[in-house]
Write a protein of this length. Structure first.
Length: 233
């Protein structure tokens, strides 16, 4: 019954069931299944009800589920529960999930919580940029944070990877931000974009005077010509 009602989304019905049932006597698997459904559907009030009971453990992957689905309010509830354990492994897992699912609201929330980012080293801050090249909405959030260096080695590599793999939205986020040098690493961005035939990105880069397509013995031009030949073949 508990599992069925948990999927209904009705806080009133759920409270009535909780008043009848003794959760302490319920099978742990049933409780975890019910809470999973509630978290999955983002029912904040029902999550609060479940967490009132001693038998409920908030450290069973529920925060990652919130990060995956973008449930910020539910994540906040779980984060501030007295029994929540938040270590570096937890933090990295939540950030990784939010980035891979392109959930900017989750990343923005975590950035505002010391329990997640308090004590982060420069290496850890920069490390977040390495894998965000495909998630342009998260990238935009990260670049707004003053603790992120847009010209770090990781940020530069992120930009070059986005250029190489055709993530135009991410390239535009970097370019609109204006702080990264699009001619970095001897004009690697336009060389990589030319070699892989990313025409829209090449054009965006050429509109910036800091980009030199003739660098490295006209490598970008030669790559663009070679790419055109490959396409015709």
């Amino acid at each position: 019954i508990l599992s069925i009602v948990s999927r209904s989304g009705s806080s009133k019905c759920f409270r009535e069931i909780l008043n009848v049932l003794k959760l302490e006597d319920q099978d742990k698997n049933i409780l975890e299944e019910s809470l999973t459904w509630i978290v999955k559907d983002g029912h904040e009030e029902m999550v609060k009800m479940m967490l009132e009971y001693e038998k409920i453990d908030p450290n069973q992957g529920y925060r990652n589920l919130c990060a995956k689905l973008g449930h910020v309010k539910t994540l906040r509830i779980l984060t501030h529960h007295p029994k929540s354990v938040i270590d570096r492994e937890t933090t990295n897992s939540i950030f990784s999930t939010a980035i891979s699912c392109d959930q900017p609201e989750i990343v923005e929330y975590c950035l505002s919580e010391d329990v997640y980012v308090g004590g982060f080293t420069d290496y850890e801050w920069n490390g977040m940029m390495e894998s965000v090249y495909y998630a342009h909405r998260v990238l935009k959030v990260l670049l707004k944070d003053p603790r992120i260096n847009p010209n770090s080695e990781s940020s530069t590599q992120c930009f070059i990877t986005a250029c190489k793999n055709g993530y135009t939205d991410s390239v535009n986020v970097f370019m609109d931000d204006g702080r990264i040098d699009p001619g970095c690493r001897d004009n690697a961005p336009i060389i990589e974009a030319s070699f892989t035939g990313r025409e829209a990105i090449v054009q965006r880069l050429l509109n910036d005077e800091r980009v030199n397509p003739s660098d490295q013995h006209n490598q970008a031009i030669r790559d663009a010509a070679s790419c055109g030949m490959r396409k015709r073949e």
